[in-house]
Design a protein around this ligand. Structure first.
Ligand SMILES: CC(C)(COP(=O)(O)OP(=O)(O)OC[C@H]1O[C@@H](n2cnc3c(N)ncnc32)[C@H](O)[C@@H]1OP(=O)(O)O)[C@@H](O)C(=O)NCCC(=O)NCCS
Length: 195
């Protein structure tokens, strides 16, 4: 079990960005999760299954993954209003190999395309590479999710492979793209952004 200071480094109270703040999740966030994860468009972009999660599934997902200790989950709030707009997380944290898997959902549709997802991903990468001392962050994304792919590319993720025609959506098969960013790539991107 992590001691309090260790826990605070691993999962800080807040990670402050320019437009957004990542905060630890609170039990009250479940109500908002219910709305996001019953939205068919969120399901279309994030799930292998066609149907959104049921309320029971959302509740189980929230308590085991979001509030639990296996995932490092953070809520995405707008900095100015503190409005909760999304969630992001690391799963499969593997200290031996210095790697993890990244997930993100901006659940509020009116908050899509405003730069919040890219900034949240950048903050999580900084946390992964500086505080958690990881070496590699990976993710998967469906080929039809152009907005997500673009956002990940801006953060330094590169395609490393494809599960070919792994998902049937909107009447056809699509690939699932595997992307990752390594520590030295992230450092180089950051140096070029500082110039
Ligand atoms: C994917 C997600 C995290 C991206 O965050 P966001 O805040 O919406 O995206 P951003 O505004 O930071 O960046 C989006 C980029 O994609 C571009 N974009 C938007 N729609 C696009 C489209 N249809 N095709 C190509 N590019 C697109 C934007 O122009 C922007 O790039 P730019 O800054 O170079 O112009 C967010 O949209 C989301 O959570 N969506 C729903 C769930 C989801 O798809 N999760 C990811 C599952 S892998």
């Amino acid at each position: 079990m992590a001691t309090a200071p260790e826990r605070d480094i691993w999962r800080p109270e807040a990670i402050v960005g320019r437009q957004i703040v990542l905060r630890r999740h609170r039990v009250e966030n479940l109500r908002t999760f219910m709305r996001w994860y019953t939205d068919p468009e969120v399901a279309r972009l994030t799930r292998y299954q066609q149907a959104p999660l049921s309320q029971d599934e959302i509740q189980r997902f929230f308590y085991s993954r979001i509030m639990g200790t296996d995932f490092l989950s953070m809520a995405i709030h707008l900095r100015e209003s503190n409005r909760l707009v999304g969630t992001c997380a690391f799963s499969q944290l593997d200290g031996d190999n210095g790697s993890t898997l990244f997930h993100i959902t901006i659940g509020e549709r009116d908050a899509w395309g405003l730069g919040y997802g890219t900034e949240a991903t950048q903050l999580m990468l900084e946390h992964a590479f500086t505080r958690l001392a990881l070496h590699r962050v990976a993710l998967t994304v469906f080929d039809f999710n152009a907005r997500a792919i673009r956002s990940y590319q801006k953060c330094g993720f590169v395609e490393e492979g494809r599960a070919r025609q792994a998902i049937f959506r909107d009447g056809r098969f699509w690939d699932e793209i595997h992307m990752s960013v390594l520590l030295d790539e992230w450092e180089a991107l950051r140096r070029s952004a500082d110039r």
